[in-house]
Unconditional design. Structure first.
Lengths: 715, 242
């Protein structure tokens, strides 16, 4: 095949490759650059030139107008001459740009951004884009003021301030950014947080632990200074989540059916063991059989002597209305029923809860009716009291009249002594009877005691009672009933198996996590932490093989928003350049090289069959095409500054090879050649390069090859 | 002048030539005839190395031409004219350019090449068609351009591969006429593959009948057509008689 190039075509071909690669590189990088600068301009337009705006406020779209008004007000009252701009609204969130006038860019103002902006309606947070500045993320509370002082001592730094968990170091100019950033990183590198984490279930006294290990660690890491800085200020969200999970697990545990196991004498139960019982089904577990539907599998959670508690992990007893007491059998890991272990008591907590709720509902109904009846009763009592009081008054009148009559008789008035005596006796008897009739069995002085009866206070207590009953009636018992019904209806409808699975899942998750308070943080200044060495020593010292140690930094220097955007943009540019390089090389392979490949393939078919098996197998034209594709793509890719993420030059070269080889295989489809004319050229004694220049290329597809050939072509 | 010995050629499993022997003297006109697929084209292409034989020997003026490469091969090819069944003109070039371009590319000055091309076109009766594009010519005229192109480099050997086979019957005559004229007026050695039996009878000094990649019978036309020894020969005899 190579002889084809020998009489001069190699020169044309080399020129073609060089020109292709050069143009490809310029084209790819140029177009990518154009895209880049277009976006760069847009970014500048969007976020203003350096220093124009300081804060992007992210506001809910619907609150945008209100937010703008509030910002306007803020500008007028607090920060005259502040600048403001509204840009893109993305996914329901509007971005408002706010720039402080220079005289307000002080430590006091900037350190209190949250306070300044928290009155903005619909605010979802803000991003500080103050420039030139260096942003340090997640600064540990224990070193904030120390770091602030140290950063402010760096030359070129105006001042530093905290914004939430982040610290911003404001610079005099963009030029010092690099050097200051390096120094900031150096300072940050001096500090480390050494964290001791204890797994779930360990109650840890952070103070005690830190006292315990402080000296040890201090020697081990050779630190200049070390102190206990344990705080809960970190990862609050996660802490809250874990707490919720623990609560959730506890709730589920109390909601799950209660399982108590009474082991038979001689049977020893262990935690984690699985036991089969009949459950709500009809099939009794039989030794040797497999688990049947309806049956229930219980996992042992804790054992105390011959008593154990457990949890249902398979099957369910949610339909049970009473406590079940059933024989329990061991379950082998293979899933079949083994020996009898004892009696298992299953109590459906869900049913009990539902039962209680239903009972309360009944009680409430009763209460409602009771209150109504009580009102009636009070009313009746009131009426009776009225009647009684009236009767009492009349009785008094009668008593007075009798007394007067009695006295009249005693003074005489023409009656005989015996008459008088009789009358007196009669009257006294009457009086006595009268009193007895009113309050039988009370004897002498009954009327007096009747008089002593405090009707008014009785009336008062009756009124109080009526009031209380009224209060009861005023209570919205209907509402309460509805609410309780609602609670009843919204109780999780989980069966025991689902609850069991959820509890296991939560346990698994919690097992790998640490909950609040179960970690100790030590601030290490200028030490070297080797956790491989330190961890075993700390475990030893605390006599706790579960403690893990982690090393974290006290803050991370972040590129500022603009450089971040431009970095991303640069990445995009390199990616675009890479895509363009691939496209361009594919294009030239189709438009230019395919013609050469077709010719080479045709020339080869007229040759003697090669004796070399390898050459026979590995079509040299395909290899040649592959190499051409590989070289072209790799060089265009490199020279255009392309960089597709996760794709290295090896992959690109391979891709180039495959592309070249494929184009060779389908060369005639892309670039058909007139073999008759080539044959004529050969018969007329033309050299291969002449055949290419005069016969093949002039009628090939328009492209670089065609273009370059114009200079060489004679006819 | 031309001597072929034991020529073998195989396309994959397909045997095209199976030990072919052939001798042509200087100035002689040899006509090769034979059924389709018997290897005529392959033979004639091997002579100017458009096809490479697998084995055998081809001597031209006593010199083995199978070893030629590069410059030698091109030099040799220029001394051999080849007329194709499909004419094989360069479609993007005008008639005159088709006839002269290879002369220029071989190093001849342009006017010299142009002069020779015109002479060649004159010989085939197309002197005034030089400016035309091949596509605007009839098939017969196109083949005559093909002949002129072969003639332009004054070859000492001319190879014809069924020059009239793809022509309309009414156009065949004009081409055969030109060929006959050439055989009569020049001393050029000719190897002509054709199915035109009467033409062969008229112009051939010698006829070779081929079958299955070998020459089965050869001799002067009279001998071949009047007293054929092979089956192929007898078929041609019947053809001529009818
Ligand atoms: N390029 C090729 N590839 C594969 N087989 C070929 C090729 N050229 C010719 N052959 C085969 O070789 C044999 C001889 O072909 P060749 O063209 O020499 O026959 P021919 O006598 O010229 O026939 P025709 O009268 O049809 O032109 C045929 O069987 C043909 O199919
Ligand atoms: Mg043929």
């Amino acid at each position: 095949m190579l002889h084809f190039f020998r009489d001069g075509f190699y020169r044309d071909f080399t020129v073609l490759m060089l020109v292709t690669i050069a143009i490809g590189a310029v084209f790819s990088s140029g177009l990518a650059w154009a895209v880049d600068s277009h976006f760069g301009d847009s970014i500048n337009q969007m976020i203003g030139d350096n220093g124009e705006y300081d804060v992007i406020l992210h506001v809910r779209e619907e609150a945008k107008e209100a937010a703008l008004r509030e910002l306007q007000r803020l500008t007028e009252h607090q920060f005259p001459k502040a600048s403001m701009n509204e840009t893109l609204t993305i996914a329901g969130q509007s971005n408002l740009f706010f720039g402080f006038p220079d005289e307000y860019k002080t430590q006091e103002v900037l350190g209190g951004l949250t306070g300044i902006f928290n009155g903005i309606p619909g605010l979802n947070g803000y991003t500080v884009i103050l420039e030139p500045s260096i942003l340090i993320r997640g600064v540990h509370p224990s070193v904030r003021s120390e770091l602030q002082d140290r950063f402010q001592a760096i030359s070129g730094v105006k001042f530093a301030f905290m914004d939430g968990l982040n610290m911003l170091v404001l610079l005099d100019s963009m030029e010092v950014s690099r050097t200051v950033s390096d120094q900031v990183k150096q300072i940050l590198a001096e500090y480390q947080i050494l964290e001791l984490r204890f797994p779930m279930g360990f109650e840890v006294d952070t103070q005690q632990i830190s006292d315990h290990v402080l000296d040890l660690v201090s020697v081990e890491v050779n630190a200049q200074h070390i102190s206990n800085v344990s705080s809960a200020e970190y990862g609050e969200d996660l802490d809250a989540f874990l707490k919720t999970l623990v609560e959730m697990r506890n709730f589920l545990l109390s909601y799950a059916s209660k399982v108590r196991i009474q082991a038979d004498p001689g049977v020893h139960l262990v935690v984690g063991e699985q036991i089969v019982v009949q459950g709500m089904g009809d099939v009794l577990p039989v030794v040797g059989d497999e688990f049947a539907t309806g049956q229930v599998v219980v996992e042992v959670l804790s054992v105390q002597g011959d008593q154990a508690e457990g949890m249902i992990i398979k099957g369910s007893i949610v339909d049970a209305t009473s406590v079940l007491e059933q024989a329990g059998f061991r379950m082998r890991s293979s899933g079949d029923v083994s020996d009898l272990v004892g009696t298992v008591e299953l109590e459906n907590e869900q049913y009990r809860l539902a039962y209680t709720i239903n009972e309360s509902l009944r009680l409430l109904h009763e209460l409602d009716e009771l209150a109504m009846e009580a009102t009636l009763a009070v009313d009746n009592a009131d009426a009776i009291l009225d009647t009684f009081q009236e009767a009492l008054m009349q009785l008094e009148v009668l008593q007075v009249q009798i007394r007067q009559l009695n006295e009249g008789i005693a003074q005489g008035g023409g009656q005989s002594a015996s008459e008088q005596l009789l009358l007196t006796l009669l009257l006294n008897g009457l009086m006595k009877n009268l009193a007895q009739g009113a309050l039988p069995g009370q004897g002498e002085g009954s009327i007096d005691s009747l008089e002593n009866l405090d009707v008014e206070s009785m009336r008062l207590s009756l009124t109080n009672m009526a009031e209380q009953i009224g209060n009861v009636q005023e209570i919205d018992i209907r509402g309460i009933i509805d609410q309780i019904k609602h609670v009843r209806d919204s109780l999780p409808r989980l069966d025991d198996e689902e609850i069991g699975r959820s509890i296991r899942l939560i346990n698994t998750y919690l097992g790998g996590q640490v909950i609040p308070g179960e970690r100790v943080q030590l601030l290490v200044h200028q030490g070297t932490i080797d956790d491989k060495v330190l961890e075993p020593k700390i475990r030893d010292a605390l006599d706790n093989p579960y403690v893990n140690i982690y090393e974290t930094s006290v803050g991370m220097v972040n590129p500022d928003a603009r450089s971040e955007l431009f970095r991303v943009l640069k990445e995009i540019r390199a990616t675009i350049a890479g895509m363009l390089a691939i496209g361009f090389v594919m294009g030239t392979l189709i438009l230019d090289y395919a013609t050469v490949f077709s010719t080479l393939k045709w020339v080869r078919t007229n040759k003697k069959v090669p004796r070399n098996k390898l050459v026979k197998l590995l079509n040299p034209v395909i290899v040649f095409g592959g190499v051409v594709g590989m070289i072209s793509l790799a060089l265009v890719y490199v020279f255009s500054g392309a960089e597709i993420p996760f794709v290295n030059l090896g992959v690109i070269s391979g891709l180039g090879f495959i592309m070249g080889a494929l184009i060779v295989i389908f060369a005639e489809k892309f670039s058909p050649i007139h073999t008759n004319e080539i044959m004529a050229g050969q018969s007329l004694g033309l050299s291969d390069v002449q055949i290419m220049r005069e016969i093949v290329i002039p009628v090939s597809r328009p492209g670089l090859l065609n273009l370059l050939n114009r200079w060489k072509q004679r006819f | 002048m031309l001597e072929i010995r034991g020529l073998h050629k195989q396309y994959g499993k397909q045997i095209a030539l199976n030990g072919l022997d052939l001798v042509v003297s200087r100035g002689e006109t040899l006509v090769i005839m034979g059924p389709s697929g018997c290897g005529k084209s392959t033979t004639i292409r091997c002579i100017n190395r458009l096809s490479e034989p697998d084995s055998g020997e081809i001597l031209v003026d006593g010199q083995s031409i199978l070893g030629f490469t590069g410059r030698d091969l091109r030099e040799f090819r220029r001394s051999v004219g080849f007329v194709f069944q499909q004419f094989n003109l360069i479609s993007r070039l005008s008639v005159i350019d088709n006839v002269m371009f290879h002369l220029v590319l071989a190093g001849l000055p342009k006017d010299e090449a142009n002069h020779r091309a015109k002479m060649a076109l004159d010989k085939v009766g197309l002197l005034h068609h030089g400016h035309k594009q091949p596509a605007n010519l009839s098939g017969g005229e196109q083949q005559r351009v093909g002949i002129a192109r072969a003639l332009a480099s004054s070859p000492s050997l001319m190879l014809w591969d069924e020059p009239t086979a793809s022509l309309d019957p009414i156009l065949v005559g004009e081409v055969l006429e030109v060929m006959e004229e050439l055989v009569r007026t020049t001393q050029t050695t000719m190897v002509i593959v054709t199915h035109e039996a009467s033409f062969a009878q008229k112009v051939a000094h010698k006829i070779a009948l081929m079958d299955k990649g070998v020459v089965v019978e050869e001799g002067p036309p009279r001998l071949i057509f009047e007293n054929p020894q092979s089956d192929i020969g007898r078929k041609y005899q019947r053809l001529i008689a009818s």
